[in-house]
Design a binder for this molecule. Structure first.
Ligand code: SF4
Length: 370
């Protein structure tokens, strides 16, 4: 067994998102793979495993802990300008060739990520929340690896965070089960979901199933989570007009108020053949989103090169309500109830009650806190 596996296997507890089957086999319910795991075996994500008939799940550590601008998640309609204390563990249930966090996400799946053992730091939920307080964070986010597969740990932290008056969010690939969403619902306020493609074959190549992700977006919206969707636009993979329209039409069918972020791919991990996404492709995708009827469309990762698509506009009078450059808020023109200051139209989202307290012209950069 690798040294990383040795370390991680010790940092586990008995899982809650599972059911016992016969002969000591367990079924994990944390993600839509629904792995049936017999004694001594691991699930697809490798970090959840069956020890003597008991599902063991990650617990008691972080591999990253950072105070990020909430715009980096990206959330554009959740407390703009807020600091989001973001924690991550190790492992993922997908294997995207262009993953920008592959060192942590592909732990135990790619031998090259063995060095991630050096990132592991033991910590308690109380200490995570203390770090959030020190960073003046209003939001706590589970991200960097796939948070669904470490849901029990996230809930332990979220319970403390909620009691301390913070709101909690996930940054997920959307490969959830209804059981996992119900489990998270009491603590989670917002969820960013990646919708990577509308083609089944593309999802298969990343290790997922399209329908599961579409169902997650639908269900998360239905149960009242604030949902924002990101599509990383990869040239030649998911950037045709037809596919972009299909994505936007699906989101519109759930709600025209779901913000859609189209973001620029840059070469990473194993996907080094497509060119980096040019701004003109992002602008085309953003225009398609707007044409399809979505109220809020954003173009990300290319600050200053995507015209007005970094900003939030009133869906009624088109006034610029939030001006952004990258992760920095330049102007904020919403009421404490989240309405347009010019025409009074309500803008969907989770807004600060005190608009004067919104941090403008901040540094807009992540700060490592652990
Ligand atoms: S989280 Fe997903 S991949 Fe991991 S064991 Fe559970 S069902 Fe399998």
């Amino acid at each position: 067994m690798s040294s990383l596996a040795n370390v991680l296997d010790q940092m586990t507890i008995q899982g809650e998102l599972c059911e016992n089957l016969s002969d000591g086999t367990v079924r994990c319910l944390a993600c839509a793979h629904r792995c049936k795991i017999s004694v001594g075996k691991r699930g697809i994500c490798q970090v959840r495993f069956n020890r003597a008939g008991e599902l063991r799940v990650p617990w008691g550590y972080v591999a990253a802990l950072q105070a990020d601008p909430i715009e980096k998640k990206p959330f554009s309609h959740v407390l703009p300008g807020a600091t989001a204390l973001t924690f991550g563990m190790l492992g993922c249930d997908f294997h995207c060739g262009y993953c920008q966090n592959w060192l942590t996400s592909q732990a135990l799946r790619d031998p090259a990520s063995e060095v991630a053992v050096n990132l592991v730091r033991q910590i308690t939920p109380q200490e995570v929340v203390k770090a959030a307080r020190r960073a003046h964070a209003e939001v706590i986010v589970s991200s960097y690896n796939e948070p669904l597969i470490t849901s029990e740990w996230a809930v332990a932290i979220f319970k403390e965070a909620k009691a301390a008056g913070m709101i909690c969010a996930f940054v997920s690939n959307g490969n959830a089960t209804p059981e996992a969403l119900e489990y998270l619902k009491p603590y989670l306020s917002a969820c960013k979901v990646d919708l990577k493609s509308m083609q089944e074959k593309n999802y298969r190549s990343l290790g997922g199933v399209l329908k599961n992700v579409l169902d997650t977006i639908q269900k998360a919206h239905e149960i009242g989570l604030w949902v924002e969707v990101v599509t990383l636009i990869v040239p030649g993979f998911n950037d045709s007009n037809e596919e972009l329209f299909e994505t936007a039409r699906f989101l519109r069918s759930v709600s025209t108020d779901i913000p859609w972020h189209v973001t620029a791919f840059h070469k990473d991990y194993k996907m080094t053949i497509p060119e980096n996404t040019p701004s003109k492709t992002l602008l085309r995708a953003a225009e398609i989103g707007r044409e399809a009827g979505l109220n809020y469309v954003y173009a990300g990762n290319l600050p200053g090169r995507v015209e007005e698509y970094e900003d939030t506009h009133c869906p009624h009078c088109n006034r610029t309500l939030i001006r952004r450059y990258g992760y920095v808020i330049g102007e904020y023109h919403l009421t404490g109830q989240g309405a347009c200051l010019s025409c009074g139209t309500q803008v969907a989202g989770v807004w600060p009650e005190n608009p004067r307290g919104v941090k403008t012209n901040g540094a807009g950069i992540p700060i490592r806190v652990y």
